[in-house]
Design a protein around this ligand. Structure first.
Ligand SMILES: Nc1ncnc2c1ncn2[C@@H]1O[C@H](COP(=O)(O)OP(=O)(O)OP(=O)(O)O)[C@@H](O)[C@H]1O
Ligand SMILES: [Mg+2]
Length: 289
């Protein structure tokens, strides 16, 4: 561990398939390759993380279900990943056995949402960055993640309903911060439009951007009023909106090998879309050395 103050980044959104897990593993690689220690905690009972990192399903005693038990003794079932390429990234897998943890959380008092926060306080993980990969439904694991997080990143798939989605998520965030008395409250580092296809008209219009002919650079689309774009709306809500992450079949190809795009296709432009988020995280990590 290099930093004094660990970042715990919850990746949350109120929509399924917005690319949360993809974001989690690619950020984990990008920060891990810089020499920081990174742990990805999967709070999703679907257990989809395994596909992205080349693992088998975790049995209950080697999954987050064990960590969230009352009897947990601090012996985290870490599994190191991509070990041919780096030594800094490990995961704690979720999966089907989290179903029991979820039942336990929803059937007890509000303080139960602090189960992971308390666990990380009692048994600290010596990583610089912990990434909390959450399921599409915000209850209860979204709350468990928020209570344990220092920072939040919100991937958002640009669809017309997503201006409502963004406002709804912020409402949920504010209510949860209040309900769980989170002090200091986790900082929302920003929204990020994911799976963006700039050959698709509606995406161009919702985001107000297009690719410049020739260079392929993402530029403002002039005939779309800025006030009608999703990034503008997010700024009005008071939050940053990172540049787009493009839809690329390379992400799906890479996950077929259990690898991040940066290893599967070194130098591929799609992975560079994450640079602004990576740099934002590195800045906070560096400030804390
Ligand atoms: N930028 C992208 N370009 C193309 N495909 C992507 C991109 N991001 C994610 N995908 C693909 O979309 C699918 C859903 O992505 P992912 O599992 O990361 O979303 P999620 O938000 O974690 O979903 P869930 O809500 O089910 O947990 C996966 O097949 C993934 O490979
Ligand atoms: Mg997921």
């Amino acid at each position: 561990m290099r930093v004094k103050k660990q970042i715990r980044l919850a990746i949350q959104s109120n929509a399924g398939g917005s690319g949360k897990t993809t974001m989690a593993v690619h950020l984990a690689y990008a920060i891990g390759v810089k020499g920081y220690k990174v742990t990805v905690i999967e709070l999703d009972q679907s257990g989809s993380l395994k596909r992205f990192v080349g693992l088998e399903p975790a049995p209950p005693h080697k999954s987050m279900a064990k960590v969230l038990e009352k009897e947990f003794d601090g012996n985290y079932p870490f599994v190191s990943i991509w070990t041919d390429h780096l030594k800094t990234v490990n995961v704690l897998q979720g999966g089907a056995s989290l179903e029991g943890s979820i039942q336990a959380i929803i059937s007890t008092l509000a303080s139960k949402y602090h189960v992971l926060a308390h666990c990380l306080e009692d048994y600290p993980i010596a990583s610089d960055l912990i990434i909390l990969d959450t399921p599409a439904s915000l209850e209860p694991m979204g709350k468990v993640a928020l209570a344990a997080a220092t920072h939040v990143l919100i991937p958002i798939k640009p669809e017309f309903k997503d201006t409502d989605g963004a406002a709804e998520l912020i409402r949920w965030y504010n209510n949860t911060v209040k309900e769980l008395r989170l002090k200091p409250k986790p900082e929302i580092i920003g929204f990020v439009p994911t799976r963006v296809d700039l050959d698709f008209g509606p995406h161009k219009n919702i985001l107000g951007v297009e690719r410049e002919k020739g260079t392929g650079k993402v530029i403002r689309k002039k005939n779309v009023p800025e006030e009608e774009t999703l990034p503008y709306y997010i700024q009005v809500l008071g939050y940053d909106c990172f540049p787009i992450v493009r839809e690329s079949s390379e992400y799906i190809n890479a996950s077929g090998y259990g690898l991040p795009l940066q290893i599967h296709r070194p130098g591929n432009n799609a992975a560079k879309d994450l640079n602004p988020i990576v740099n934002r995280l590195l800045k906070t990590l560096r400030e804390s050395i």
